[in-house]
Design a protein around this ligand. Structure first.
Ligand code: AGP
Length: 603
């Protein structure tokens, strides 16, 4: 992961690059740097730590110049340090580069260059790109870039500058995202749209192995044979506000609060006349007898909820699979399998690999993605989009909710097509999904109650989440959310599994979060709650039912009653708020938890 940003324009480059990097910090934040061309040399400033450290340096000693590149890092090769931060220069300081991705053959290239007398100054894989470019350079940066790209293996979004051609930035990508922004008198290159949104809405999405040459007068595009290609800018409709905090303390909180709107928009997109409808119509023609939902992290948890919807409504064997496992398992799939890839970013390396693996095996692939133009969106046979807008907090909330809605809608459509449910029943289910935004707004009325309870839990060492069937699927998401932002150890268990070992971990005041929104399984989950209370646990009980435990060890949060398939859309909001307030009470860095990055573009 990492974010890259570049600017070629009339004004000062450093503030524009720094501002762009701030909006890309979710991609990595262990170090950052910029390189600006200033009359015959590169001014490079790089610092370990958050972007604010670099910002402080640049305030003390501003770097002048109107063209430059920048980088915010999530370390893969080489610890976070000033030296390992990007941009990297070649040893003659003629070429500067910033890189997002992994150069897989960097060791061989490093040995080759070292053999030629090149001295390296970092432990990174990326530095070989700068050194190789200098080694190859003979007066034409574009040709040099093509040569470098042919020599390196792995994934990359790269920007290059050269002292001998100081008016241009050259950018190229493979497997990692890169966009070019075009404005009057300036061009921009960045890993993601929010970085440039305040400057332009005209954006070109680079495809793999396409090269962009940026100057202040515009951008030109080339293929790997260096033939010019035409790329048409797309107009971005996101509001600036949707990429900003909008007055909230954290992006995560703002994004939780946006969920009613996101659910409405995503539902509309899948209805007649909606933006996803043409693809959904096309899917109706597909024939398959098995479904695999493949994803990572929260997207996998959404897939686990979706699995219940497909199996229960369509009666089609459905499995949720982790992309990192699926890609290496020689999975039993063929042309009769529909593989659904779920991803907020559309750039998760394992999910990209899973998409390619599924296609190679002849399966039909359908992507559910949030970021338009992302790699998974382009690679899959069919793509439908969640309408979450830009999600900035590392912990996903609104994109997860949107994924659930599209999975529900797919399951309902398919069940209707297969004759498992009639038109009226399908209509009633869609109408029930339409009630979810109102119910989520109702849950927001409970915020204070959740906040107070969370304030009693933030010292927990370990928190267990239990549920059964679809409640278990959403318990997994509750547990992931809590651990990623609060750093409290947490596990989710199927309620019936507790007695097979885990119950031995229950001690006095261990917190167990129990989710019970399936009426048919409520008595079973209630028994689990009794079992853990009798061993000293305290319980946060999330239920849409009527039970009241006669124990002061149980704190109950009631959620509105909806059909069991759709209850996860409400449970998850309670779980998100609980995690948020636990983390807030601990003083954690909620939007940028340690060791994580928003978009996991490496294995
Ligand atoms: C969610 O809160 C996590 N940050 C993480 O598990 C995430 O869901 C996972 O990395 C998958 O990302 P994607 O949806 O962009 O593919």
């Amino acid at each position: 992961m990492c974010g890259i940003m570049g600017f070629a324009g009339g004004g000062e480059a450093a503030p524009v690059i720094l501002d762009g990097l701030k909006r890309l910090e979710y991609r990595g934040y262990d170090s950052a740097g910029i390189a600006v061309y200033d009359g015959g040399r590169f001014c490079v400033v790089k610092r370990k730590g958050r972007l604010s450290v670099l910002e402080g340096e640049l305030q003390k000693a501003p770097v002048p110049g109107s063209i430059g590149i920048g980088h915010t890092r999530w370390a893969t090769h080489g610890e976070p340090s000033d030296a390992n931060s990007h941009p990297h220069l070649g040893s003659m300081s003629r070429i500067a580069i910033a890189h997002n991705g992994i150069v897989e053959n960097y060791k061989a290239l490093r040995e080759y260059l070292a053999g030629k007398g090149v001295a390296f100054s970092s432990d990174t894989d990326s530095e070989v790109v700068a050194q190789l470019a200098e080694h190859y350079y003979s007066g034409n940066l574009l040709e040099t870039v093509a040569k470098v790209i042919n020599a390196i293996e792995g994934s990359f979004a790269l920007e290059f500058m050269c002292l001998d051609e100081p008016d241009k930035i050259i950018a190229v990508k493979k497997y990692n995202p890169l966009i070019v922004g075009i404005a009057s008198g300036a061009t921009y290159v960045a890993s993601d749209v929010p970085a440039i949104l305040r400057h332009t809405r005209q954006v070109v999405y680079l495809a793999d192995r396409e090269i962009a040459v940026l100057t202040r007068d515009g951008a030109a595009f080339y293929n790997m044979d260096l033939e010019p290609i035409q790329k048409r800018p797309e107009t971005i409709s996101w509001s600036m506000d949707s990429a900003e905090k909008g007055g909230y303390e954290h992006f995560m909180y703002k994004e939780i609060m946006e969920q009613p709107r996101v659910i409405e928009d995503t539902l509309k997109s899948a209805m007649p006349g909606g933006s996803n409808e043409p693809v959904l119509d096309a899917l109706d023609a597909l024939r398959f007898d098995r479904i695999k939902i493949v994803a990572c992290g929260s997207a996998y948890n959404a897939g686990s909820v979706g699995r219940y919807a497909f199996e229960s409504l369509c009666r089609i064997p459905t499995e949720a699979d982790l992309a990192s496992e699926f890609r290496y398992r020689d999975a039993l799939i063929d042309e009769n399998t529909l593989v659904i890839l779920v991803s907020q970013s559309g750039e998760t390396a394992d999910t990209i690999a899973a998409t390619l693996e599924a296609k190679a095996k002849g399966a039909k692939t359908l992507a559910i993605v949030n970021v338009v133009g992302s790699t998974i969106a382009k690679e899959a046979d069919y793509t439908i989009y969640t309408m979450a807008g830009p999600e900035i907090a590392v912990a996903t909330t609104k994109a997860f909710s949107a994924q659930l809605i599209l999975l529900y809608m797919l399951a309902i459509r398919l069940a209707h097509r297969l004759g498992r449910i009639g038109r009226e029943e399908a209509g009633a289910m869609v109408a029930e999904i339409g009630t979810l935004p109102g119910h989520v707004r109702g849950i927001f009325g409970e915020v204070e109650k959740i906040q107070h309870y969370a304030a009693t839990c933030f010292n927990s060492k370990s928190i267990f989440f239990i549920g059964r069937n679809i409640d278990y699927a959403i318990a997994m998401e509750g547990s992931l959310k809590l651990k990623e932002i609060s750093y409290i150890h947490s596990e989710a268990y199927a309620g019936g599994e507790l007695k097979h070992g885990t119950i031995s971990l229950i001690e006095d005041n261990t917190l167990v979060v129990a989710i019970s929104c399936c009426d048919r399984l409520a008595p079973k989950t209630e028994s689990n709650v009794e079992q853990v209370i009798s061993r000293g646990a305290k319980v946060l009980y999330i239920t849409s039912g009527g039970i009241a435990f006669g124990s002061d060890k149980v704190f109950t949060l009631r959620e509105p009653r909806v059909g069991e398939l759709f209850a996860p859309s409400l449970s998850v909001v309670l779980l998100q708020l609980f995690s948020y307030y636990v983390a807030a009470n601990k003083g954690c860095d909620i939007d940028k938890p340690r060791n994580l990055a928003k978009s996991v573009t490496v294995e």
